[in-house]
Design a protein around this ligand. Structure first.
Ligand SMILES: O=C(O)c1cc(C(=O)O)c2c(n1)C(=O)C(=O)c1cc(C(=O)O)[nH]c1-2
Length: 555
């Protein structure tokens, strides 16, 4: 026994547990709970904390799950823990014992597990999907999803749809081929596979998937063969349309002069039929990307009344600095608005087509012979107006809460050739601050107007997920070590707690023994300390740590 696929679909409404990454198939990260609210949040205190071990302390990006008195968290270096949800006592720990030669681009992180029946399932940095018995932590099945020696890895939380476990892959910096796979949740056997680079096909129940059409039409020469487009952030699901929405990463290599064309389906949102893996529609946010603007960020379904009509929409705060609203049934472009201070690479999005208006000198130049090409200053930096950290949507305020960053980079291109298992960038960069007083900014975006309603500025880059509640609250963490709560309507900071290390995880809330709880992981890491360069000097050095923190109101 244990949660069924139907119960998972109800996760946004059920308050006694947290069964899915994103708290519901739409992943709005909105809870109907309100015991903790703008009036009471000042009384929020720790209930307990649990350690994630001493030696393997790195970025803790996971979102916890809660089921039947147990909290499940994934941790750095492909580990998983089960803790008693009342005491924090450890029930079991699983360690995937990774090979030395793994090649994650951006720290040894994991963003969370999926739960189904008697299993908890997560993806590992050596590109496996592992199902554990949720009572014992023992392996039930373990399947390879890619070859880690060719640069494949995996960091996202899997998605459960109709007794299938659906997963993407990582490795866009190594010339892997992005793909989405659906497997039988009980056995791990492959049901369908959908490569997302034009030219690659894939299978349905072991047979060619029947997708025909132009191969290689938007790529030059053979570059599609190692074209990147990693599906590294996983997907959301809309039961109404039976579509899973996966974003795709940057085309490989970064040096765009080697691959003239749009390079489909990189830097895009894909709507994929959950039963067959067929791509029903696509929308490319950055055609012919030259700045590492992965299009992987979560596409969040929401309904809104526009001009008196209920519209079935979806929104994405893209790495390229624009907030996109699409019709989620057919991918039709509705609007795109800037959510960061500046975008130097484009001076807007065409209101009819949704394509960017590229600026004349926004793209780094082509290398000449063995020389590197002309460097340009570009903003946002490649780490994005927003990166992987998930935004939240409040059904009360109708606002999206975006964990965003204002920063730029000097970027240039270099000659490069594909070599299996080696970095495949053909580019170099230096990230730079662009504002005196902040890099991070939590922004409340009205999806109907494209306007920012309020913002909270943070000295360090924001790198954690967001939670919003019916208590009119917005929670998010900071690299400075705080979990903070804000008024969802005004952005006023109402509460904070110092967790001892940077918070780059995604908070959750649930009801237990008649009280509302909040939990978040603490443990600094992810891409910023690895690639942030001089921006890391703009904020105080942060101590390493690795804890799960759990809070409730003191009475
Ligand atoms: O193209 C890819 O395959 C890929 C994978 C990942 C990842 O799996 O974490 C990141 C990125 N790209 C990336 O571009 C990026 O900025 C990034 C930040 C982080 C992080 O966890 O902080 N991961 C990744």
């Amino acid at each position: 026994a244990g949660p069924t696929s139907a119960e998972l679909l109800n996760d946004a409404q059920s308050t006694g547990d947290v069964l899915t990454y994103g708290m519901g198939p739409w992943q709005q990260r909105f809870s109907p709970l309100d015991e903790i609210n703008t009036d009471t949040v000042s009384k929020l205190v720790p209930a307990f904390a649990a350690s994630l071990g001493g030696e393997k302390q790195r970025g803790q990006e996971a979102q916890p799950l809660v089921y039947d008195g147990t909290i499940y968290v994934t941790a750095s270096y492909s580990r998983m823990f089960a803790f008693d949800a009342r005491t924090g006592e450890k029930k079991w720990e699983y360690d995937a014992r990774l090979p030395d030669a793994i090649m994650p681009c951006c720290d040894v992180v994991n963003r969370g597990a999926a739960i189904h029946g008697d299993k908890v399932i997560f993806a590992t940095l050596d590109a496996h999907l592992v199902a554990l018995n949720r009572e014992t932590g023992k392996v039930v099945w373990n399947k390879k999803i890619g070859d880690y020696k060719a640069g494949y890895s995996a960091t996202a939380a899997p998605l459960i749809v109709k007794d299938m476990v659906i997963t993407g892959n990582s490795g866009g910096e190594f010339g892997i081929v992005g793909a989405v796979q659906a497997r039988n949740v009980d056995t791990g056997e492959l049901i369908w596979e959908r490569p997302v680079i034009e030219g690659h096909m894939g299978t349905l129940n072991g047979q060619p998937n029947g997708i025909t059409g132009k191969t290689n039409a938007t790529w030059t020469g053979d570059l599609w063969k190692t074209g990147g487009g990693a599906t590294w952030l996983g997907g959301t699901y809309d039961p109404g349309t039976n579509l899973v929405y996966f974003g795709t990463g940057n085309p490989a290599p970064w040096n765009s002069h080697l691959r003239p064309g749009d390079n489909l389906y990189t830097a895009s949102t894909l709507a994929i039929d959950a039963d067959t893996g067929v791509i029903k529609w696509h929308f490319q946010t950055t055609p012919h990307d030259g700045w590492d603007f992965d299009g992987v960020n979560e596409f969040i379904p929401f309904d809104a009344t526009i001009k008196g009509k209920t519209r079935h929409l979806g929104a994405k705060a893209d790495r390229n600095g624009y907030f996109y609203v699409l019709d989620r049934t057919n991918g039709k472009f509705i609007s795109a608005n800037k959510f960061v201070m500046e975008t130097t690479w484009a001076d807007g999005i065409n209101p009819k087509t949704g394509r960017p208006n590229y600026t004349a000198d926004g793209r780094p130049g082509a290398p000449e012979g063995a020389e590197k090409g002309k460097a340009v200053f570009a903003s946002p930096s490649f780490l994005g107006g927003k990166n992987w950290m998930p935004m939240a949507y409040s059904q009360d305020t109708g606002l999206f809460y975006i964990p965003s960053n204002d920063w730029g980079m000097d970027i240039w291109n270099e000659p490069i050739a594909y070599k299996k298992g080696a970095a495949y960038l053909g580019a170099g960069f230096t990230i730079k601050p662009i504002a005196e007083d902040h890099i991070g900014a939590l922004r409340a975006m009205d999806p109907k107007t494209g306007k920012i309603v309020w913002e909270y500025k943070n000295s360090a880059p924001l790198w954690g997920g967001v939670l919003t509640t019916h208590g009119n609250l917005v929670f998010t963490g900071t690299p400075e070590g705080y979990l903070k709560a804000f008024d969802a309507k005004t952005g006023k900071e109402l509460w904070k707690f110092q967790t001892g290390s940077g918070v780059v995880g995604s908070p959750i809330t649930w009801m237990q023994d008649g009280q509302q709880y909040v939990a978040v992981m603490s443990g600094w890491g992810g891409a910023v300390p690895l690639w942030g360069g001089e921006v890391a000097k703009t904020f105080k050095e942060i101590s390493q740590g690795g804890m799960l923190w759990v809070f409730k109101l003191s009475h």
